[in-house]
Ligand binder design. Structure first.
Ligand SMILES: *Cc1c(COP(=O)(O)O)cnc(C)c1O
Length: 457
């Protein structure tokens, strides 16, 4: 059969309130044209993020009931630990409440001021946690990753020549670890090839530097390897995952992604001394090492979700539904970041709306138009999120790309929901000459996109 279906039946439903345009115009105005300030009940299709927004399976809900809430030595922790050890092969498994908690603990024990952490591209919480230790978060993606409309099968790869140069120039004492983010979220959910992981690990071993994976979308990355990398087409996802992790010395992960859970994270390593220090810090800020800030039932849901995320029918549906959205937009001439990534499609708002200057936030204008058109909530990933005011001159410094991210929650929407999103975007695209930019009338000092306020020009 050519038709790819959602490989699940629906057992429990959550109603969507269908609003009309007049109501949405009112909500948007009340939210100062910032979609983070809109109530979720006033959204029809929510593509704000794929983090913690997935639907749990009946098995996961059964796991929720089985959760052992004992403070110490919980059976749920033992199950979680066994599953994680089994699929990734690490010895020391530390649960945390989110990915960023794993990052904070890891960098607190491993980084010192003046250090450099190279990565294909740091996710924003990873960067913030490296910088919080006084270290530098250095992004060295391959040059192809910076060209939105260029095809590369593994656009998430790290530039290994550049990596060697950075190590030789700064010396190993200044580089406490090397990281690889799989898939590369900040640059479009693009995968990293097995060859690139292997090469990075060879460099790391040559210099005696540990290699860590930011493993949030490890299963999606494995699927891309199976599809696109020679000699992996016939391998199982489980064996690809084991090989990917065999090259690493540890990992951080947010279980809200390929854990298909609503909350949770994990920090892993093979280093006994390091794990001991991490657990001491965990007890101080997160909780006892057999729950790490989570409930026993969360550990059950994650343990089951990690297995389900590696199911090949699930992955085929997951990656196809993202591609389906991307390909329909491309066919209609909507510029997107290519090729479609694993968890999201990014519209290139700078190219789509050339008449709106970056300082008038074309991405923000587009997400507001999509909300008004069809109640779809997307995220601006451009100068609202990454631009800033120059402290000396008070002038705006713009981001290098103006993107709109449509993130797809796991197992939550069906193809007709995606068809609805496509129709809305094409309608907005047809009338794009009418779109106007916005003026930012309020901004906070940090992470301004969450609370910024705007007025249409
Ligand atoms: C989401 C994410 C994180 C942070 O995880 P949280 O659970 O949101 O704290 C880190 N890295 C990547 C690549 C992510 O996508």
């Amino acid at each position: 059969m050519k038709t790819i279906i959602e490989p699940f039946r629906i057992k429990s439903v959550e109603p969507i309130t269908i609003s009309n345009r007049a109501a949405r115009e009112y909500y948007l105005k009340a939210a100062h044209h910032n979609l983070f300030l809109i109530h979720s009940r006033d959204v029809i299709i929510d593509l704000l993020t794929d983090s913690g927004t997935g639907a749990m399976s009946s098995e996961q809900w059964a796991g929720i009931m089985r959760g052992d809430e004992s403070y110490a030595g919980s059976i749920s922790f033992q199950r979680f630990e066994r599953v994680v050890q089994n699929i990734w092969g690490f010895e020391y498994i530390i649960p945390t409440h989110q990915g960023r908690a794993a990052e904070r603990i890891l960098f607190s024990v491993i980084c010192k001021p003046g250090d450099i952490v190279p990565n294909n591209t740091h996710f924003d919480t990873t960067r913030a946690n490296v910088e919080f230790q006084g270290a530098e978060a250095l992004d060295i993606p391959i040059p192809e990753s910076k060209v939105p409309d260029m095809y590369h099968p593994f656009k998430g790869n790290i530039d290994t020549d550049q990596l060697k140069k950075v190590i030789k120039k700064n010396g190993i004492k200044k580089i406490p670890l090397i990281m690889l983010t799989i898939t590369n979220n900040a640059r479009g959910g693009q995968p990293v090839s097995m060859e690139n992981i292997r090469e990075t690990s060879e460099i790391a071993k040559e210099f005696g530097i540990p290699l860590y994976l930011d493993a949030c979308r490890f299963a999606e990355n494995a699927w891309f390897i199976k599809q696109r990398e020679n000699s992996y087409h016939d391998k199982s996802i489980k064996s690809i995952v084991s090989e990917m992790f065999s090259y690493a010395d540890g990992c951080t992960m947010s279980a809200k992604k390929d854990g298909i859970a609503n909350i949770g994270g994990v920090l892993c390593s093979n280093d006994k001394e390091l794990a001991k220090k991490e657990k001491d810090l965990l007890i101080l800020t997160e909780g006892f090492p057999t729950y790490g800030g989570l409930a026993g039932r969360d550990l059950e849901a994650i343990a089951i979700g990690l297995g389900e995320a590696m199911d090949e029918d699930y992955l085929q549906y997951r990656i196809s539904s993202t591609q389906y959205l991307g390909e329909h937009l491309l066919k209609a001439g909507v510029p997107i970041l290519q090729p479609p990534g694993g968890h999201a499609i990014y519209i290139d708002a700078k190219t789509m709306l050339p008449d709106i200057k970056p300082e008038e936030f074309p991405g923000q204008s587009l997400i507001c138009a999509l909300y008004k058109e069809a109640g779809i909530r997307a995220t601006e990933v451009g100068s609202v999120m990454f631009g800033k005011k120059d402290k000396q001159t008070g002038k705006e410094i713009q981001a290098d790309m103006e993107l709109v991210r449509l993130a797809i929650p796991r197992r939550t929407y069906t193809q007709s929901h995606i068809d609805y999103v496509i129709e809305a975007i094409l309608q907005v695209n047809e009338r794009k000459e009418n779109l106007r930019g916005l003026k930012m009338t309020y901004q906070a000092e940090y992470l301004r996109h969450f609370s910024a306020q705007f007025k249409p020009l």
